[in-house]
Design a binder for this molecule. Sequence first.
Ligand code: QV4
Length: 457
Amino acid sequence: PAHAAPAGNRDVIVHLFQWRWESVAEECESTLGPNGFGAVQVSPPQEHVVLAGEGYPWWQDYQPVSYALDQTRRGTRAEFVDMVDTCREAGVKIYVDAVVNHMSGTGSVGSGPGSAGSTYSKYDYPGLYQSQDFNDCRRDIADWNDKWEVQHCELVGLSDLRTSSDHVRDRIADYLNELVGIGVAGFRIDAAKHIPEADVQAILSRLDDVHPDWGGGRPYVFQEVIADGTIGTGSYTPMGDVTEFQYHRDISHAFADGSIAHLTGLGGGLTPGDKAVVFVANHDTQRNDPILTHADGARYDLAQKFMLAHPYGTPKVMSSYTWSGDPRTGPPMDADGTTRPTDCSADRWVCEHRAVAGMVSFHNAVAGQGIGPSVTDGSGRLAFARGSAGYAAFNATSSAWTRTFTTGLPDGTYCDVANGTFVDGVCDAPTYQVSGGRFTATVPADGAVALHVEALT
Ligand code: QV4
């Protein structure tokens, strides 16, 4: 209960995967704040291994070697602080990806220096952790049906912290509280399923309250739990929100298959919506087990728009970079592995959150309104109301869908936020006239139309 979803109607998270701190700050000012995004999930800010021999893969970040914030491949501590301040002034929270289940592994290099110059070797991080601070099972998890192994042995060779110890709990809490002190408003707990529930609870109970601009109170927490037959999301919901991977599979398959007419009930039977963080793809699934990703273009954008229109869960929008061939490929970088600033029209940055930015205003405007009534046309087309606050139509087929929709919307001229944005009263999208509650639209192939009461022109 202490780590509940953020109050108010700005809860949408965007994962700016691997972005430099200075680029995140610019995006908060130019795009995220004006469109009503609630928070950015940033990549891990703590010192990490540097794997030059492997071409500086993105997953360096998930092997901490100290909790120093200065520096990572994404910038310095000063740049991190500036990002937090700039985003807060734009009304956007920063959620940090907290890698606290483990330290570095043996997969590539066994010893330092790390990105901020610290020396280390596996199980020995001077001034922070020594051998006794790691669990005794010093081998990979072998039996994923054995909960004890999942929580006490090593995930892909990563040194597994003894989170039952007060020393370890205090060091992790010190790190997270330093971030809270800077103004960070929440955390993704990486690999939470691999940390015993009681240890997560003990660590979170040590956290300070967040910045008064965010209403004080405990940091928002969502835990990465990939539920299976051994460990379900319900084990972790007492401590905060959880990732709902079944939603990811359901929405991705539905849009990939063009079978969306049944999706009004999306989320039924899963983790309660007020505890679930939902997504179409994340940085792991887009590499390891892709169903529907940025590589699928308009159909994928459509799925992310649908997620923002549908009431279940706290949406997390993915923003990616492309790679060819090797999924270990890092972001656009300089020769020394330092990440390059994001330019959405250059390098390999996709910036797919910009394609769905208008739908964030829809999500915010219809908060608290139920779904329905709805209409379908075959299995690939679905339109629904969100009470009298909004109406959205989705077409996951290869031909346009023209029809007259009956809504609960007041009469007026509406900005179609599925195809552009509505910021400060300016609509850069097509508009539709609602008259007698009805409007006629041609929903493009692999496209959507979305109207809401806060985007009346
Ligand atoms: C290699 C071998 C292992 C061997 C090890 C040691 O493959 O079998 O045990 O060497 O000899 C990297 C390499 C991996 C390497 C490992 C250890 O990919 O091959 O092991 O390093 O050096 C990211 C990447 C991982 C990467 C890790 C650390 O995805 O590939 O491992 O960072 O750099 C489960 C969990 C879930 C987890 C998911 C990936 O339940 O919690 O697996 N997801 C999160 C993150 C994910 C991250 C981690 C956890 C680890 O979302 O991005 O892994 O922090 O489903």
